[in-house]
Write a protein that binds this ligand. Structure first.
Ligand code: ZN
Ligand code: ZN
Length: 410
């Protein structure tokens, strides 16, 4: 038997007038998920606690049984791990943008024209940067204009502000310490030097000279944000005795799995949007389901969240229908899995961001106490037999259903 947490990112929603006061999930035709519901048990879940609006990162940490208030320091460490930087506890990590600055150091394009090519060469140059002997600079390009920065050394702190001016027409913000420590003061100074030096090193870089010649905005400055200290996390396998793999589209979720010591895969054509290559996503999911080396897998399919952020209720509904048809058709009759289907949080199309609304869950397992619910939806699931649970309950429930959890007491 294999345990699976299957996250449909941002699936939960609120009633939408244009959908006849149904949510996108309620209005979607999902015959395969409905069959799983009919034969199993449902409920709703507050991923962190009622009313808390989770980020995808804190939500996934919670689902895996980690306390986000303990291990979550910021997004940077997970993004860095997600692009295969071998981060170590204590490293200070950031997510970054390649941006365009003019001769006065004013940011004119935060995304450098969404640059697609040449960022690996720019990253090579940035990795030559020396600030002082105490701190090592590790820099890596990610998708498009995105990148990550890791500072490694003694006397560093993550208690500093962001350099991101958030909008065009401003200089990168001067990074400031958030407390009185020498470490915070020093790290803020390092990051300010980093931003300045990135501009000096990149402004006449061959990649940028070519971009200018082609009328494209040069990627001539690197702006870090989302700082966090890499946490020390007990590996998933050590914690549960289960060998885990993560099949996810985005670097953020892969990074969480990596920091938890799980294996990950890179899915070609996976964009994390509703236009993702779902055939490939399905192939990687099914390969992992069938791989006997693993006792547990975490799946994240991201499109519903993106559609939620875009306020696109049709796109969200249609995407959920596609996932049902393509992927849950394969999983619905498997009797060798304990499958927990959920969202990490709601992303209502009316809010265009995450909300604290609880999410609908299904637990498929042998001999489960089947309830009366027959279709998958937020309000139907609220009447299900699991009632209302929290994200931190999920790994207990899965291990119990797998019969691998030790007894508590005599
Ligand atoms: Zn999410
Ligand atoms: Zn989101």
């Amino acid at each position: 038997m294999k345990g699976i947490i299957f996250v449909l990112d941002g699936m939960g929603d609120r009633p939408v007038k244009e959908l006849g006061d149904k949510t996108p999930l309620e209005s979607a035709k999902t015959p395969n998920l409905d069959k799983i519901v009919e034969e199993n048990i449902t409920g709703i879940m507050d991923t962190i606690r009622p009313g808390v609006r989770p980020g995808s990162d804190t939500a996934h940490l919670t689902l895996l049984g980690y306390d986000p208030y303990e291990v979550y320091t910021g997004r940077g460490p997970f993004e860095a791990a997600g692009v295969n930087v071998d981060v170590k506890p204590g490293d200070i990590a950031f997510r970054c943008n390649f941006s365009t600055a003019d001769d006065n150091f004013i940011v004119t394009d935060r995304r450098a024209g969404r640059i697609l090519n040449g960022t690996d060469k720019l990253a090579e140059t940035i990795n030559q940067m020396k600030i002082d002997d105490n701190v090592q600079i590790i820099f890596k390009e990610s998708d498009a204009h995105r990148a990550v920065l890791v500072l490694r050394g003694n006397g560093l702190s993550d208690q500093i502000t962001d350099a991101d001016p958030k909008e065009e027409g401003h200089k990168p913000k001067a990074v400031k310490p958030l407390d009185d420590s020498e470490e915070a003061k020093y790290t803020a100074d390092v990051v300010n030097q980093f931003v300045q030096k990135s501009y000096e090193m990149l402004k006449d870089h061959p990649v940028n000279l070519e971009r200018i010649e082609n009328g494209e905005p040069p990627a001539n400055v690197v702006i870090p944000r989302g700082v966090g200290a890499v946490p020390s996390v007990k590996p998933f396998e050590e914690k549960y005795g289960l060998k885990g793999i993560c099949v996810a589209e985005t670097g953020l979720i892969k990074g969480i799995a990596k920091i938890a010591g799980m294996d990950t895969v890179d899915i070609p054509g996976a964009t994390g949007g509703i236009n993702t290559n779902l055939d490939n996503v399905k192939e990687y999911i099914m390969n992992a389901v069938n791989d006997e080396n693993y006792d547990f897998m975490l799946v994240n399919v991201d499109g519903a969240d993106e559609a939620g952020h875009d306020g696109d209720y049709i796109g969200k509904r249609d995407f959920l229908e596609k996932v049902d048809k393509l992927i849950f058709s394969e999983l619905k009759d498997r009797d060798d899995i304990v499958l927990f289907v959920t969202a990490d949080h709601s992303t209502p199309v009316s809010v265009k961001n995450h909300s604290g609304d609880p999410v609908p869950v299904i637990m498929k397992a042998p001999y489960v106490r089947v309830d009366d619910i027959t279709e998958y939806g937020e309000r139907a699931a609220a009447k299900g037999g699991l009632c209302r649970i929290r994200g931190s309950d999920v790994m207990y429930m899965i291990r119990d259903a797998l019969n691998v959890i030790p007894k508590f007491g005599a």
